[in-house]
Design a protein around this ligand. Structure first.
Ligand SMILES: [Zn+2]
Length: 236
């Protein structure tokens, strides 16, 4: 009976190991997916910064054209002033020239802002690029680590599963049945005792019951949860 009880504890250990690795294996793909998303977001951000420089250059060119157009218009208007017949007409042309002058001033201000932004971005793009590279490398390393962890977890799971099945096969048939019946409902079929409580349901065990368990001469079930309780002497 002692051997059977020890075997039950071992079986429970393997079962726990299988479950633990299964849970970890289920998590790993999600963690990898999250890291891949972070990499993609970082790459996208870098691309945005790089396109921004191109956009600023393009905007600047467009504004240059706009200023030249306005200057062209002003030249034409100024030429018209020699041909006007009335003061009203003259004032109207001057107003229009003033308006275009003001407008060009505003465009020049915005061009200056574009230049400043471009300059700033050009100065920092190197740092941004390096930081992004470093960030991505780290995330990729982490992905490789997780993949390796997954491989070894799978191996561990297979070993634990084999150990479980091999040990389980050596149990007497009636105990196999009992184990399966409890495991179906309670997940864990075997529990150890800690601080005079069942580690499956944390129910307190009576003194009398504990003494029975300590004899280790038969299979005993927790009164509360129905799991097989095994007392392991301190030396084990
Ligand atoms: Zn219990």
């Amino acid at each position: 009976m002692e051997n059977v009880l020890d075997l039950l504890v071992k079986i429970q250990g393997f079962d726990y190991e299988v479950e633990e690795t299964r849970a970890r294996l289920a998590q790993i793909p999600h963690e990898i997916e999250k890291l891949e998303k972070q990499i993609k977001a970082q790459e996208q951000e870098l691309t945005e910064q790089e396109t921004r420089i191109q956009e600023l250059k393009k905007d600047y060119k467009l504004k240059e054209i706009e200023i030249a157009d306005n200057e062209d218009k002003m030249n034409k208007l100024n030429a018209q002033t020699f041909a006007v017949k009335t003061n009203e007409e003259y004032r109207a042309i001057l107003n229009e020239v003033d308006f275009l002058k003001k407008k060009n001033g505003e465009i020049e201000d915005s061009m200056l802002a574009l230049l400043e932004e471009e300059e700033k971005l050009k100065n920092s793009i190197g740092t941004i690029r390096n930081a992004a590279k470093e960030y991505i490398t780290k995330k990729k390393e982490k992905i490789n680590e997780l993949k390796k962890e997954g491989e070894s977890a799978l191996e561990k799971q297979t070993n634990a599963q084999n150990n479980f099945e091999n040990s389980f096969a050596t149990l007497p048939d009636d105990l196999k049945e009992l184990y399966n019946r409890i495991a179906k409902v309670r997940d864990k079929a075997v529990c150890l005792i800690s601080d005079n409580t069942c580690t499956g349901c944390y129910a307190n065990l009576t003194h009398q019951f504990l003494n029975e368990l300590k004899k280790r001469n038969k299979i005993l079930l927790c009164d509360n949860c129905g799991r097989i309780l095994v007392y392991t002497p301190p030396s084990k």
